[in-house]
Design a protein around this ligand. Structure first.
Ligand code: FES
Length: 529
Protein backbone atom coordinates (compact mmCIF):
# COMPACT_ATOMS: atom_id res chain seq x y z
CA UNK A 1 0.00 0.00 0.00
CA UNK A 2 1.05 3.55 -0.70
CA UNK A 3 2.70 4.93 2.41
CA UNK A 4 0.95 8.31 2.15
CA UNK A 5 -1.14 9.50 5.05
CA UNK A 6 -4.82 10.26 4.57
CA UNK A 7 -4.94 13.15 2.15
CA UNK A 8 -7.90 14.53 4.06
CA UNK A 9 -10.13 13.42 6.90
CA UNK A 10 -13.13 14.89 5.08
CA UNK A 11 -15.70 13.73 2.51
CA UNK A 12 -14.29 13.49 -1.01
CA UNK A 13 -17.39 15.31 -2.31
CA UNK A 14 -16.23 18.53 -0.66
CA UNK A 15 -12.76 18.18 -2.17
CA UNK A 16 -13.57 18.24 -5.85
CA UNK A 17 -16.57 20.59 -6.05
CA UNK A 18 -16.38 24.35 -5.96
CA UNK A 19 -19.49 25.71 -4.33
CA UNK A 20 -20.58 29.35 -4.37
CA UNK A 21 -20.58 31.17 -1.04
CA UNK A 22 -23.28 33.44 0.33
CA UNK A 23 -23.43 36.21 2.94
CA UNK A 24 -24.83 35.97 6.41
CA UNK A 25 -28.30 37.51 6.89
CA UNK A 26 -27.78 40.73 8.81
CA UNK A 27 -31.09 42.59 8.37
CA UNK A 28 -34.74 41.69 8.85
CA UNK A 29 -36.35 40.45 5.68
CA UNK A 30 -39.45 38.65 4.41
CA UNK A 31 -40.41 35.93 1.94
CA UNK A 32 -43.33 33.67 1.00
CA UNK A 33 -41.46 30.64 2.29
CA UNK A 34 -38.34 30.23 4.42
CA UNK A 35 -36.43 26.97 4.03
CA UNK A 36 -34.01 26.12 6.82
CA UNK A 37 -31.15 23.76 6.02
CA UNK A 38 -28.90 23.71 2.95
CA UNK A 39 -28.65 19.99 2.19
CA UNK A 40 -30.36 18.01 -0.56
CA UNK A 41 -33.79 18.45 1.07
CA UNK A 42 -33.54 22.20 1.58
CA UNK A 43 -31.98 22.97 -1.80
CA UNK A 44 -34.45 20.80 -3.75
CA UNK A 45 -37.41 22.19 -1.77
CA UNK A 46 -36.25 25.76 -2.34
CA UNK A 47 -35.78 25.08 -6.05
CA UNK A 48 -39.22 23.45 -6.48
CA UNK A 49 -40.96 26.26 -4.59
CA UNK A 50 -39.15 28.91 -6.63
CA UNK A 51 -40.30 27.09 -9.78
CA UNK A 52 -43.87 27.55 -8.50
CA UNK A 53 -43.21 31.30 -8.46
CA UNK A 54 -42.82 31.60 -4.68
CA UNK A 55 -40.39 34.05 -3.16
CA UNK A 56 -38.07 31.76 -1.21
CA UNK A 57 -35.24 32.36 1.28
CA UNK A 58 -32.88 29.49 2.13
CA UNK A 59 -30.92 29.70 5.41
CA UNK A 60 -28.00 27.53 6.45
CA UNK A 61 -26.35 27.65 9.87
CA UNK A 62 -22.95 26.91 8.34
CA UNK A 63 -22.08 26.45 4.64
CA UNK A 64 -24.38 24.80 2.13
CA UNK A 65 -23.90 21.04 1.82
CA UNK A 66 -21.54 20.82 4.76
CA UNK A 67 -23.92 18.67 6.84
CA UNK A 68 -25.41 15.22 6.29
CA UNK A 69 -25.67 15.58 2.49
CA UNK A 70 -21.97 16.39 2.25
CA UNK A 71 -21.19 13.19 4.17
CA UNK A 72 -23.44 10.75 2.30
CA UNK A 73 -22.49 7.62 0.30
CA UNK A 74 -24.84 9.05 -2.37
CA UNK A 75 -26.57 5.87 -3.43
CA UNK A 76 -29.73 6.83 -5.30
CA UNK A 77 -31.90 3.83 -4.68
CA UNK A 78 -35.19 2.55 -3.31
CA UNK A 79 -33.32 -0.41 -1.79
CA UNK A 80 -33.10 0.94 1.74
CA UNK A 81 -31.63 -2.13 3.41
CA UNK A 82 -34.17 -4.68 4.67
CA UNK A 83 -37.36 -2.62 4.75
CA UNK A 84 -40.15 -3.90 2.51
CA UNK A 85 -40.95 -7.11 4.41
CA UNK A 86 -41.05 -5.12 7.64
CA UNK A 87 -43.22 -2.41 6.12
CA UNK A 88 -45.63 -5.04 4.81
CA UNK A 89 -45.86 -6.55 8.30
CA UNK A 90 -46.53 -3.25 10.07
CA UNK A 91 -48.23 -1.09 7.45
CA UNK A 92 -49.67 -3.62 4.93
CA UNK A 93 -48.77 -4.34 1.31
CA UNK A 94 -50.39 -1.19 -0.05
CA UNK A 95 -48.30 1.17 2.11
CA UNK A 96 -45.12 -0.86 1.49
CA UNK A 97 -45.80 -0.45 -2.21
CA UNK A 98 -46.43 3.29 -1.76
CA UNK A 99 -43.07 3.61 0.03
CA UNK A 100 -41.36 2.05 -3.00
CA UNK A 101 -43.29 4.18 -5.50
CA UNK A 102 -42.47 7.33 -3.51
CA UNK A 103 -38.74 6.54 -3.58
CA UNK A 104 -38.84 5.83 -7.29
CA UNK A 105 -40.69 9.07 -7.92
CA UNK A 106 -37.82 10.88 -6.17
CA UNK A 107 -35.34 8.84 -8.24
CA UNK A 108 -37.15 9.96 -11.41
CA UNK A 109 -37.08 13.62 -10.36
CA UNK A 110 -33.30 13.50 -9.81
CA UNK A 111 -32.80 11.84 -13.20
CA UNK A 112 -35.15 14.31 -14.90
CA UNK A 113 -33.32 17.33 -13.42
CA UNK A 114 -29.94 15.93 -14.44
CA UNK A 115 -31.22 15.58 -18.01
CA UNK A 116 -33.06 18.91 -18.04
CA UNK A 117 -30.01 20.95 -16.97
CA UNK A 118 -27.44 18.60 -18.48
CA UNK A 119 -25.73 18.25 -15.08
CA UNK A 120 -22.40 16.49 -15.16
CA UNK A 121 -22.44 14.62 -11.83
CA UNK A 122 -21.09 11.10 -12.48
CA UNK A 123 -24.64 9.73 -12.65
CA UNK A 124 -24.43 6.02 -13.35
CA UNK A 125 -27.22 3.45 -13.39
CA UNK A 126 -26.22 0.38 -11.39
CA UNK A 127 -27.94 -2.47 -9.60
CA UNK A 128 -28.23 -2.27 -5.81
CA UNK A 129 -27.56 -5.49 -3.91
CA UNK A 130 -28.15 -6.65 -0.35
CA UNK A 131 -25.98 -9.61 0.57
CA UNK A 132 -25.95 -12.15 3.39
CA UNK A 133 -22.96 -14.01 4.76
CA UNK A 134 -24.94 -16.10 7.30
CA UNK A 135 -27.89 -18.50 6.97
CA UNK A 136 -29.98 -16.18 9.12
CA UNK A 137 -29.20 -13.27 6.79
CA UNK A 138 -30.06 -15.44 3.76
CA UNK A 139 -33.48 -16.22 5.27
CA UNK A 140 -34.10 -12.50 5.72
CA UNK A 141 -33.25 -11.96 2.05
CA UNK A 142 -35.78 -14.66 1.08
CA UNK A 143 -38.47 -12.79 3.04
CA UNK A 144 -37.45 -9.49 1.49
CA UNK A 145 -37.55 -11.00 -2.00
CA UNK A 146 -41.06 -12.30 -1.29
CA UNK A 147 -42.02 -8.71 -0.40
CA UNK A 148 -40.42 -7.46 -3.65
CA UNK A 149 -42.59 -9.91 -5.63
CA UNK A 150 -45.80 -8.90 -3.82
CA UNK A 151 -45.09 -5.20 -4.27
CA UNK A 152 -43.92 -5.58 -7.87
CA UNK A 153 -40.28 -4.49 -7.38
CA UNK A 154 -37.97 -5.57 -10.18
CA UNK A 155 -35.49 -7.82 -8.36
CA UNK A 156 -33.72 -11.18 -8.36
CA UNK A 157 -31.69 -13.45 -6.09
CA UNK A 158 -28.02 -14.25 -6.76
CA UNK A 159 -25.85 -16.89 -5.16
CA UNK A 160 -22.49 -15.08 -5.16
CA UNK A 161 -20.71 -11.70 -5.29
CA UNK A 162 -18.13 -10.39 -7.79
CA UNK A 163 -15.54 -9.77 -5.03
CA UNK A 164 -13.82 -11.64 -2.28
CA UNK A 165 -16.64 -12.13 0.24
CA UNK A 166 -18.31 -15.49 0.66
CA UNK A 167 -21.98 -14.68 0.39
CA UNK A 168 -24.84 -17.09 1.01
CA UNK A 169 -27.20 -15.01 -1.09
CA UNK A 170 -27.63 -11.56 -2.65
CA UNK A 171 -30.86 -9.71 -3.43
CA UNK A 172 -30.69 -7.42 -6.45
CA UNK A 173 -32.83 -4.33 -7.09
CA UNK A 174 -32.26 -3.49 -10.73
CA UNK A 175 -31.67 -0.10 -12.35
CA UNK A 176 -30.74 2.04 -9.41
CA UNK A 177 -28.01 4.69 -9.55
CA UNK A 178 -25.15 6.50 -7.85
CA UNK A 179 -23.81 10.01 -8.44
CA UNK A 180 -21.72 12.88 -7.10
CA UNK A 181 -24.23 14.65 -4.85
CA UNK A 182 -22.47 18.02 -4.65
CA UNK A 183 -21.97 18.36 -8.40
CA UNK A 184 -25.70 17.69 -8.83
CA UNK A 185 -26.76 20.07 -6.07
CA UNK A 186 -24.44 22.89 -7.07
CA UNK A 187 -26.36 22.99 -10.38
CA UNK A 188 -29.67 23.19 -8.48
CA UNK A 189 -28.31 26.03 -6.34
CA UNK A 190 -27.52 27.92 -9.53
CA UNK A 191 -31.00 27.30 -10.95
CA UNK A 192 -32.59 28.39 -7.65
CA UNK A 193 -30.70 31.71 -7.61
CA UNK A 194 -31.54 32.30 -11.30
CA UNK A 195 -35.20 32.04 -10.29
CA UNK A 196 -34.67 34.84 -7.78
CA UNK A 197 -34.14 32.64 -4.69
CA UNK A 198 -32.04 34.11 -1.88
CA UNK A 199 -29.49 32.14 0.13
CA UNK A 200 -27.84 33.08 3.42
CA UNK A 201 -25.03 31.06 4.98
CA UNK A 202 -23.70 31.21 8.55
CA UNK A 203 -27.24 32.11 9.53
CA UNK A 204 -28.56 29.84 12.25
CA UNK A 205 -32.33 29.71 12.74
CA UNK A 206 -32.76 29.56 16.49
CA UNK A 207 -36.48 29.97 17.04
CA UNK A 208 -39.80 30.30 15.30
CA UNK A 209 -42.73 32.38 16.51
CA UNK A 210 -46.20 31.67 15.17
CA UNK A 211 -48.43 34.76 14.88
CA UNK A 212 -50.37 36.30 12.02
CA UNK A 213 -47.15 35.63 10.11
CA UNK A 214 -44.31 33.27 10.99
CA UNK A 215 -41.16 34.84 12.38
CA UNK A 216 -37.87 33.01 12.17
CA UNK A 217 -35.29 34.41 14.53
CA UNK A 218 -31.65 33.90 13.67
CA UNK A 219 -28.43 33.90 15.66
CA UNK A 220 -27.32 37.21 14.12
CA UNK A 221 -30.46 38.93 15.44
CA UNK A 222 -32.11 39.29 12.00
CA UNK A 223 -35.66 37.98 11.57
CA UNK A 224 -37.29 36.42 8.52
CA UNK A 225 -41.05 37.03 8.32
CA UNK A 226 -42.86 34.51 6.12
CA UNK A 227 -46.12 32.67 5.42
CA UNK A 228 -44.67 29.14 5.51
CA UNK A 229 -41.51 27.61 6.90
CA UNK A 230 -39.83 24.31 6.08
CA UNK A 231 -37.32 22.75 8.47
CA UNK A 232 -34.84 20.63 6.52
CA UNK A 233 -32.12 20.98 9.15
CA UNK A 234 -31.47 17.28 9.85
CA UNK A 235 -32.73 17.56 13.43
CA UNK A 236 -35.66 20.03 13.33
CA UNK A 237 -34.45 23.41 14.63
CA UNK A 238 -37.96 23.99 16.01
CA UNK A 239 -39.92 21.26 17.79
CA UNK A 240 -43.37 22.91 17.81
CA UNK A 241 -44.55 20.38 20.44
CA UNK A 242 -43.91 17.53 18.02
CA UNK A 243 -41.51 15.92 20.58
CA UNK A 244 -39.21 14.80 17.80
CA UNK A 245 -36.28 14.29 20.19
CA UNK A 246 -38.22 11.41 21.81
CA UNK A 247 -39.31 9.93 18.49
CA UNK A 248 -35.95 9.48 16.75
CA UNK A 249 -32.50 8.18 17.54
CA UNK A 250 -29.16 9.14 16.02
CA UNK A 251 -26.55 6.80 14.60
CA UNK A 252 -23.04 7.42 13.35
CA UNK A 253 -21.41 5.48 10.53
CA UNK A 254 -18.02 5.61 8.82
CA UNK A 255 -16.82 5.69 5.25
CA UNK A 256 -13.52 5.70 3.40
CA UNK A 257 -12.52 6.24 -0.22
CA UNK A 258 -9.78 3.98 -1.54
CA UNK A 259 -7.98 3.23 -4.74
CA UNK A 260 -8.16 -0.58 -4.68
CA UNK A 261 -5.55 -3.04 -5.91
CA UNK A 262 -8.10 -5.48 -7.28
CA UNK A 263 -10.73 -5.01 -9.96
CA UNK A 264 -13.62 -2.72 -9.09
CA UNK A 265 -17.00 -4.47 -9.24
CA UNK A 266 -20.05 -2.76 -10.76
CA UNK A 267 -22.97 -2.29 -8.40
CA UNK A 268 -23.77 -0.89 -4.96
CA UNK A 269 -23.63 -3.32 -2.07
CA UNK A 270 -24.86 -3.49 1.51
CA UNK A 271 -24.52 -6.43 3.89
CA UNK A 272 -27.48 -7.46 6.01
CA UNK A 273 -25.40 -9.21 8.69
CA UNK A 274 -23.36 -7.46 11.36
CA UNK A 275 -20.98 -5.74 11.13
CA UNK A 276 -22.68 -3.94 8.25
CA UNK A 277 -20.60 -3.09 5.18
CA UNK A 278 -21.51 -0.71 2.37
CA UNK A 279 -19.64 -0.54 -0.95
CA UNK A 280 -20.02 1.55 -4.08
CA UNK A 281 -17.92 2.79 -6.96
CA UNK A 282 -17.11 6.45 -7.60
CA UNK A 283 -14.75 8.57 -9.69
CA UNK A 284 -11.97 10.72 -8.32
CA UNK A 285 -9.56 12.69 -10.52
CA UNK A 286 -10.91 10.75 -13.51
CA UNK A 287 -10.07 7.38 -11.95
CA UNK A 288 -12.52 4.77 -10.70
CA UNK A 289 -12.31 4.29 -6.94
CA UNK A 290 -14.29 2.56 -4.19
CA UNK A 291 -16.19 3.85 -1.20
CA UNK A 292 -16.27 1.31 1.62
CA UNK A 293 -18.05 1.90 4.91
CA UNK A 294 -20.26 0.69 7.70
CA UNK A 295 -19.76 0.23 11.47
CA UNK A 296 -22.95 2.06 12.51
CA UNK A 297 -23.53 2.65 16.18
CA UNK A 298 -25.81 4.85 18.21
CA UNK A 299 -24.27 8.29 18.70
CA UNK A 300 -22.27 8.56 21.90
CA UNK A 301 -21.94 4.79 22.23
CA UNK A 302 -19.02 4.09 19.94
CA UNK A 303 -16.49 3.99 22.81
CA UNK A 304 -13.20 4.09 20.89
CA UNK A 305 -14.39 5.52 17.58
CA UNK A 306 -11.02 5.07 15.80
CA UNK A 307 -11.73 1.37 16.11
CA UNK A 308 -14.46 1.75 13.48
CA UNK A 309 -12.16 3.24 10.83
CA UNK A 310 -9.62 0.50 11.52
CA UNK A 311 -12.30 -2.19 11.08
CA UNK A 312 -13.36 -0.73 7.71
CA UNK A 313 -9.77 -0.45 6.56
CA UNK A 314 -9.14 -4.07 7.47
CA UNK A 315 -12.23 -5.20 5.55
CA UNK A 316 -11.28 -3.08 2.50
CA UNK A 317 -7.71 -4.42 2.53
CA UNK A 318 -8.86 -8.05 2.72
CA UNK A 319 -11.60 -7.68 0.12
CA UNK A 320 -10.14 -5.33 -2.48
CA UNK A 321 -6.54 -4.59 -1.47
CA UNK A 322 -5.67 -0.94 -0.83
CA UNK A 323 -3.33 0.80 -3.27
CA UNK A 324 -4.01 4.24 -1.80
CA UNK A 325 -6.17 5.57 0.99
CA UNK A 326 -7.79 8.80 -0.14
CA UNK A 327 -10.40 10.10 2.30
CA UNK A 328 -12.27 9.07 5.39
CA UNK A 329 -15.30 10.61 7.01
CA UNK A 330 -18.28 9.83 9.15
CA UNK A 331 -21.94 10.75 9.07
CA UNK A 332 -24.80 11.07 11.49
CA UNK A 333 -28.28 9.88 10.57
CA UNK A 334 -31.62 9.90 12.32
CA UNK A 335 -34.12 7.04 12.40
CA UNK A 336 -37.79 7.37 13.30
CA UNK A 337 -39.79 4.97 15.46
CA UNK A 338 -41.20 3.07 12.48
CA UNK A 339 -38.24 3.67 10.09
CA UNK A 340 -40.37 5.81 7.72
CA UNK A 341 -39.24 9.46 7.56
CA UNK A 342 -41.29 12.28 9.05
CA UNK A 343 -42.28 14.52 6.12
CA UNK A 344 -45.11 17.02 6.34
CA UNK A 345 -46.79 19.42 8.80
CA UNK A 346 -44.90 19.60 12.11
CA UNK A 347 -48.07 18.76 14.06
CA UNK A 348 -51.50 17.55 12.95
CA UNK A 349 -53.22 20.96 12.76
CA UNK A 350 -50.31 23.10 11.63
CA UNK A 351 -50.45 23.88 7.93
CA UNK A 352 -47.69 26.51 7.95
CA UNK A 353 -44.63 24.78 9.41
CA UNK A 354 -43.30 21.65 7.71
CA UNK A 355 -40.50 19.30 8.62
CA UNK A 356 -38.46 16.65 6.85
CA UNK A 357 -36.27 14.39 8.97
CA UNK A 358 -35.47 10.79 9.94
CA UNK A 359 -34.11 9.57 6.59
CA UNK A 360 -32.30 6.55 8.12
CA UNK A 361 -29.18 6.96 5.91
CA UNK A 362 -31.23 7.14 2.69
CA UNK A 363 -31.23 10.89 2.25
CA UNK A 364 -30.78 11.10 -1.54
CA UNK A 365 -34.22 9.74 -2.39
CA UNK A 366 -35.91 10.59 0.93
CA UNK A 367 -34.63 14.18 0.82
CA UNK A 368 -35.80 14.63 -2.77
CA UNK A 369 -39.14 13.00 -1.93
CA UNK A 370 -39.54 15.40 1.02
CA UNK A 371 -38.98 18.32 -1.36
CA UNK A 372 -41.65 16.97 -3.70
CA UNK A 373 -44.21 16.35 -0.94
CA UNK A 374 -43.67 19.62 0.92
CA UNK A 375 -43.68 21.77 -2.22
CA UNK A 376 -46.97 20.08 -3.18
CA UNK A 377 -48.42 20.81 0.27
CA UNK A 378 -47.36 24.46 0.07
CA UNK A 379 -49.11 24.68 -3.30
CA UNK A 380 -52.23 23.08 -1.75
CA UNK A 381 -51.90 19.91 -3.84
CA UNK A 382 -52.58 16.44 -2.49
CA UNK A 383 -50.50 13.33 -3.10
CA UNK A 384 -50.94 9.59 -2.68
CA UNK A 385 -47.86 9.60 -0.46
CA UNK A 386 -48.70 12.29 2.09
CA UNK A 387 -50.45 10.13 4.68
CA UNK A 388 -47.72 7.45 4.76
CA UNK A 389 -45.04 10.03 5.64
CA UNK A 390 -47.02 12.50 7.76
CA UNK A 391 -45.15 13.12 11.02
CA UNK A 392 -48.27 12.89 13.22
CA UNK A 393 -48.88 9.21 12.37
CA UNK A 394 -48.46 6.68 15.14
CA UNK A 395 -48.58 2.93 14.47
CA UNK A 396 -48.87 1.03 17.72
CA UNK A 397 -46.56 -1.66 16.38
CA UNK A 398 -43.63 -0.95 16.00
CA UNK A 399 -43.81 2.69 17.16
CA UNK A 400 -44.88 2.03 20.75
CA UNK A 401 -42.18 -0.62 21.28
CA UNK A 402 -39.52 1.62 19.77
CA UNK A 403 -40.74 4.65 21.70
CA UNK A 404 -40.50 2.77 25.00
CA UNK A 405 -37.14 1.27 24.14
CA UNK A 406 -35.66 4.59 22.93
CA UNK A 407 -36.89 6.52 25.94
CA UNK A 408 -35.86 3.74 28.33
CA UNK A 409 -32.36 4.00 26.81
CA UNK A 410 -32.44 7.76 27.43
CA UNK A 411 -33.47 7.23 31.06
CA UNK A 412 -30.67 4.68 31.52
CA UNK A 413 -28.07 7.06 30.07
CA UNK A 414 -29.37 9.90 32.16
CA UNK A 415 -28.80 7.93 35.35
CA UNK A 416 -25.84 5.77 34.31
CA UNK A 417 -23.66 8.70 33.22
CA UNK A 418 -24.19 10.43 36.56
CA UNK A 419 -23.19 7.34 38.54
CA UNK A 420 -20.16 6.43 36.47
CA UNK A 421 -16.93 6.18 38.47
CA UNK A 422 -14.21 8.13 36.73
CA UNK A 423 -10.56 7.61 37.60
CA UNK A 424 -8.68 9.52 34.88
CA UNK A 425 -7.22 12.97 35.57
CA UNK A 426 -6.70 15.80 33.06
CA UNK A 427 -2.94 15.60 33.57
CA UNK A 428 -2.99 12.04 32.08
CA UNK A 429 -3.98 13.41 28.67
CA UNK A 430 -1.75 13.23 25.63
CA UNK A 431 -1.83 15.86 22.87
CA UNK A 432 -4.96 15.48 20.71
CA UNK A 433 -6.63 13.25 23.27
CA UNK A 434 -9.98 13.72 24.95
CA UNK A 435 -11.15 11.92 28.09
CA UNK A 436 -13.87 11.90 30.67
CA UNK A 437 -11.93 12.84 33.80
CA UNK A 438 -12.40 13.55 37.46
CA UNK A 439 -11.88 17.20 38.32
CA UNK A 440 -12.27 18.22 41.96
CA UNK A 441 -14.40 15.12 42.55
CA UNK A 442 -16.78 15.78 39.62
CA UNK A 443 -17.14 14.22 36.16
CA UNK A 444 -15.71 16.55 33.51
CA UNK A 445 -14.67 16.44 29.87
CA UNK A 446 -11.05 17.26 29.08
CA UNK A 447 -9.24 17.69 25.77
CA UNK A 448 -5.57 18.55 25.28
CA UNK A 449 -4.84 20.46 22.05
CA UNK A 450 -1.64 20.61 20.01
CA UNK A 451 -0.42 23.65 22.01
CA UNK A 452 -0.58 21.56 25.21
CA UNK A 453 -3.61 23.49 26.41
CA UNK A 454 -6.35 21.63 28.21
CA UNK A 455 -10.02 22.45 27.60
CA UNK A 456 -12.25 21.43 30.52
CA UNK A 457 -16.02 21.17 30.16
CA UNK A 458 -19.06 20.13 32.13
CA UNK A 459 -20.18 16.91 30.39
CA UNK A 460 -23.88 17.51 31.08
CA UNK A 461 -25.64 17.81 27.71
CA UNK A 462 -27.45 21.13 27.49
CA UNK A 463 -30.44 19.53 25.75
CA UNK A 464 -31.90 17.39 28.55
CA UNK A 465 -29.04 16.58 30.87
CA UNK A 466 -27.54 13.25 29.72
CA UNK A 467 -23.77 12.85 29.97
CA UNK A 468 -21.80 13.31 26.74
CA UNK A 469 -19.02 10.91 25.70
CA UNK A 470 -15.78 11.61 23.82
CA UNK A 471 -15.64 10.70 20.12
CA UNK A 472 -11.93 10.36 19.38
CA UNK A 473 -12.31 9.98 15.61
CA UNK A 474 -14.18 13.28 15.18
CA UNK A 475 -12.85 15.03 18.30
CA UNK A 476 -16.34 15.83 19.50
CA UNK A 477 -18.40 15.28 22.64
CA UNK A 478 -21.43 13.19 21.60
CA UNK A 479 -24.64 12.68 23.53
CA UNK A 480 -26.04 9.13 23.60
CA UNK A 481 -29.60 10.30 24.33
CA UNK A 482 -30.71 12.25 21.26
CA UNK A 483 -27.48 12.64 19.30
CA UNK A 484 -26.39 16.22 20.08
CA UNK A 485 -22.70 16.80 19.36
CA UNK A 486 -20.30 19.45 20.66
CA UNK A 487 -16.78 20.40 19.59
CA UNK A 488 -13.82 20.00 21.97
CA UNK A 489 -14.43 23.56 23.20
CA UNK A 490 -18.11 22.92 23.83
CA UNK A 491 -19.72 24.68 20.84
CA UNK A 492 -22.73 22.94 19.30
CA UNK A 493 -21.91 20.90 16.20
CA UNK A 494 -25.25 19.14 15.88
CA UNK A 495 -28.64 19.52 17.70
CA UNK A 496 -31.16 19.10 19.20
CA UNK A 497 -29.07 20.96 21.83
CA UNK A 498 -28.81 24.63 20.96
CA UNK A 499 -26.57 25.79 23.81
CA UNK A 500 -22.86 25.01 24.22
CA UNK A 501 -21.49 22.75 26.95
CA UNK A 502 -20.56 24.75 29.99
CA UNK A 503 -16.87 25.56 30.37
CA UNK A 504 -15.67 24.71 33.83
CA UNK A 505 -14.75 27.66 35.96
CA UNK A 506 -11.07 27.62 36.81
CA UNK A 507 -9.29 29.59 39.48
CA UNK A 508 -8.46 31.90 36.54
CA UNK A 509 -11.97 33.00 35.56
CA UNK A 510 -10.93 34.81 32.38
CA UNK A 511 -8.94 31.78 31.18
CA UNK A 512 -10.74 28.80 29.65
CA UNK A 513 -7.63 26.69 28.97
CA UNK A 514 -5.00 25.50 31.40
CA UNK A 515 -1.65 23.74 31.18
CA UNK A 516 -0.74 20.47 32.90
CA UNK A 517 1.47 22.30 35.42
CA UNK A 518 -1.38 24.56 36.41
CA UNK A 519 -3.64 21.53 36.87
CA UNK A 520 -1.20 19.84 39.25
CA UNK A 521 -0.87 23.02 41.28
CA UNK A 522 -4.65 23.46 41.33
CA UNK A 523 -5.42 19.91 42.47
CA UNK A 524 -2.95 20.21 45.33
CA UNK A 525 -4.90 23.12 46.73
CA UNK A 526 -7.84 22.30 49.02
CA UNK A 527 -11.25 23.27 47.68
CA UNK A 528 -12.56 26.54 49.00
CA UNK A 529 -15.50 26.24 51.35
FE1 FES B 1 -30.89 15.16 24.39
FE2 FES B 1 -28.30 15.23 24.94
S1 FES B 1 -29.24 15.30 23.03
S2 FES B 1 -29.93 15.01 26.33
Amino acid sequence: MDKQQWTKPQPMWLEDTSLPSFNELKEDTSADVAVIGGGITGITTAYLLAKQGKQVILLDSDHLLNGTTGHTTAKVTAQHGLIYYELMKHFGTEDASLYYQAQMSAFSLIEELIQKYDISCDWKKEDALLYATTNKGALKLDQEYEAYRKIGIEGSLNESLPFDVEAKKALVMHNQARFHPLKYLSALIEEFTKLGGEIYENTKAIDLKEGAKLEIHTGSGATVTCDKAVSCSHFPFYDGKGFYFSRMYAERSYLMAIEPEREIPDGMYLSVDEPKRTIRTAEYNGKPILLVGGESHKTGMGVNTSFHYNAIEEFAAQTFGIKKKLFQWSAQDLTTLDKVPYIGPITRRNDRVFIATGFRKWGMTNGTLAAQLISQSVAGEDSLFHSLFKPSRFKTDPSMKQFLSQNFDVAVHLVEGKLELVADRPQNLKKGEGLVVQWKGERAGAFKDEEDQIHLLDTTCTHMGCEVEWNDAERTWDCPCHGSRFSFDGTVVEGPADQPLMKIAFPYPEQQQITSDEINAEEEQPDQI
